[in-house]
Design a protein. Structure first.
Length: 255
């Protein structure tokens, strides 16, 4: 529904619920990314039918998110991530406020530059016309960091990718969610490959989780299509707040 992959729920679940084996943070992240691959594939199929995916921009972003995911997965193996989790959580709180409330900060006011950018148009399966400006030059460097956090935390990268597509590239929120799901196919694949080489993937759990998310992703894509842009932004913002709170609690050792 929100184009964020679901890793933000699965990573803590794998560590907190009683399982037959204990999951380390690295193992949880690697297994989560394997599950997110199922989510991304299923969501993309749903959004493909709706014709709401910006394929050209998605492929360009894949070029930078894939190496970012590789780097993030290797960094996860070699550093303590508590402080990084706190920084990420505070950033998500800021993004959530931007999603839920209308205000503008100077460093995000790129309107002057966008006036010189190409205006694109996409018509979905219902004949609804979306017009947007794809400012790739500003978005691609940020895409690398979305991939980095995906590989590092096992969260899919959509929590950053959707805001980047929506605020920086001026994608309508529905197109941002759909395109983010498409990009996550590449991001999660690269992250899984790296974690697999490090022995951090439990495919038995990933497969069982994947069966559920295949159906859940189709339902989410269906609901997103019938949700207004304003409400979709608010729902996304609320979910980001919950994610941020959970990360801050983890940093404080209270999770």
């Amino acid at each position: 529904m929100l184009g964020i992959g679901g890793g933000v729920f699965i990573v803590p679940a794998l560590q907190l619920f009683p399982l037959s084996t204990e999951f380390s943070p690295q193992m949880a992240a690697g297994t989560s990314l394997a599950m997110i691959l199922f989510t991304a594939l299923s969501s993309t199929l749903g959004y493909r039918k709706q014709r709401r995916i910006g394929y050209r921009v998605g492929l360009l972003f894949a070029i930078v998110t894939v190496p970012g995911a590789f780097v993030g997965a290797f960094v996860a193996e070699n550093i303590s991530e508590e402080l990084l989790i706190l920084v990420f959580a505070l950033f998500l709180l800021y993004v959530a406020s931007r999603m839920m409330f209308t205000y503008q900060l100077p460093f995000l006011n790129l309107q002057e530059h966008r006036e010189h950018c190409e205006v694109r148009q996409l018509v979905d399966s219902d004949g609804k016309v979306f017009k947007y400006v794809a400012d790739i030059k500003f978005g691609l460097p940020l895409g690398f960091f979305a991939g980095f956090f995906s590989g590092l935390l096992g969260v899919g990268g959509g929590a950053l990718m959707v805001p980047i597509l929506h605020f920086v590239l001026c994608f309508p929120i529905h197109l941002a969610v759909a395109t983010s799901a498409f990009i996550m196919i590449f991001t999660s694949t690269s992250g899984v490959a790296t974690h697999l080489s490090l022995g951090n993937v439990r495919f038995d759990y990933a497969f069982i989780l994947g069966i559920g998310v295949i159906f859940g992703a189709q339902i989410g894509a269906y609901i997103a299509k019938r949700t207004s842009s304003k409400n979709l932004r608010r729902i996304f913002g609320v979910v980001l707040v919950l994610i941020s709170i959970r990360m801050i609690l983890e940093f404080l050792g209270w999770a």
